[in-house]
Design a protein around this ligand. Structure first.
Ligand code: FO1
Length: 331
């Protein structure tokens, strides 16, 4: 069962871990958001990618969800003594990742190549791919003007209202052969419970990527998503406030509307707390499964991942073979 999972940071990493537990080695490919990437202290930092990588390698810091377990903070402490701004905190072990990556980039390696080498080195049985090899930077417009994403997210603790979101550089980004091949050979596409605007949004905005997913869907490959907004609140991060500020409904229905508008969903999983949204979401097109979507531990990650794959298989069997692209008729 070859699965492609589109993922942002912590929520995406948890679901990817559940999928990795459920699937055989090599069957999972994660396409990770790179819009959150930044350069600090002259180092190339890929927060969402690293969160997924560390989680799948079993070395993620369990409490905060990002960074490496058992970190020390000697380098940050010394940088602070030298008068550097240290609001974006990099642990000592994490810094090794950024040093390695920055050197490889300087030597001309492609980000995807570096990513695959890193996941191999850490013994990860899945493929974790950056969404593109070209730099894409998410920027948000607040009442005080445009901000880099991590300025908004970490330095300002997501306090300002977001009026507009832009993925700088997206027009020059292109689908990598690795992402294209993964989608072309996928038997199920999974959309993780990540922020639909700034985590899944940039991935879908990579030119050619959505078209590949839609082509897979038209071949009968099911696409399954799960809401990261439960009871109107984001499980983590600012997705709920962002959706409201952008005039969208901050709920599982709001998330489903986004994905359904892009023809992305065969089936959508929502939490028991949102069972009143089942019918309105079904009216948008996808099948709906109401379940427990919160993942407090490893076994709940595997359970949710398994339920998503089962729901995708049921939906695909119910819908039958894809329509003939010429006639629009099902065989
Ligand atoms: N998040 C924070 O809230 N504070 C930090 O200091 C911080 C540092 C950091 C360093 C490396 C890394 O890979 C992630 C880090 N994150 C930090 C998480 C990150 O900013 C966000 O979780 C994502 O960008 C949002 O998906």
């Amino acid at each position: 069962m070859r699965v492609v999972c589109l993922a942002g940071g912590v929520g995406g990493a948890k679901l990817a871990d559940g999928l990795q537990q459920t699937l055989a080695p090599g069957e999972l490919t994660v396409i990770a958001n790179t819009g959150d990437d930044l350069e600090r202290h002259s180092l190339a930092i890929w927060p969402d990618y690293d969160t997924v990588l560390y989680t799948l390698a079993g070395i993620a810091e369990p409490g905060q969800g990002w960074g490496i377990a058992g970190e020390t903070w000697q380098v940050m402490g010394q940088l602070a003594r030298l008068g550097e701004e240290t609001w974006f905190r990099l642990g000592d072990k994490d810094i090794a990742t950024h040093l390695y990556r920055t050197a490889r980039l300087r030597d001309g390696a492609r980000p995807t190549e570096i990513a695959l080498d890193m996941s191999r080195a850490l013994g990860v049985p899945s493929r974790v791919l950056p969404m593109a090899d070209q730099p894409v930077r998410t920027r948000v417009r607040t009442d005080d003007g445009w901000l880099d994403f991590q300025d908004y997210f970490v330095r300002l603790r997501q306090a300002p209202d977001v009026r507009e979101v832009r993925f700088a550089g997206i027009e020059s980004a292109s689908l990598t052969p690795e992402c294209r091949d993964a989608i072309r050979s996928a038997e199920t596409i999974v959309i993780a419970p990540s922020n639909p605007i700034v985590s899944i949004g940039p991935i879908l905005a990579v030119p050619g990527l959505l078209a590949e997913i839609l082509a897979a869907r038209s071949r009968g490959v099911p696409a399954v998503g799960v809401s990261g907004i439960v009871g109107g609140k984001a499980l983590r991060g600012p997705a709920d406030r962002m959706m409201s500020a952008l005039g969208e409904e901050s709920s599982a229905l709001g998330v489903a509307r986004r994905y359904a508008a892009q023809q992305l969903l065969d089936v959508f999983l929502i939490d028991h707390q949102d069972d009143d949204l089942e019918e309105p979401i079904k009216a948008l097109g996808p099948d709906v499964v109401v379940t427990d979507t919160i993942m407090p531990n490893a076994s709940s990650r595997a359970r949710l991942a398994g339920e998503m794959l089962d729901a995708a298989a049921v939906s695909s069997a119910r819908r039958g073979p894809a329509p003939d692209p010429e006639s629009g008729l099902r065989p």
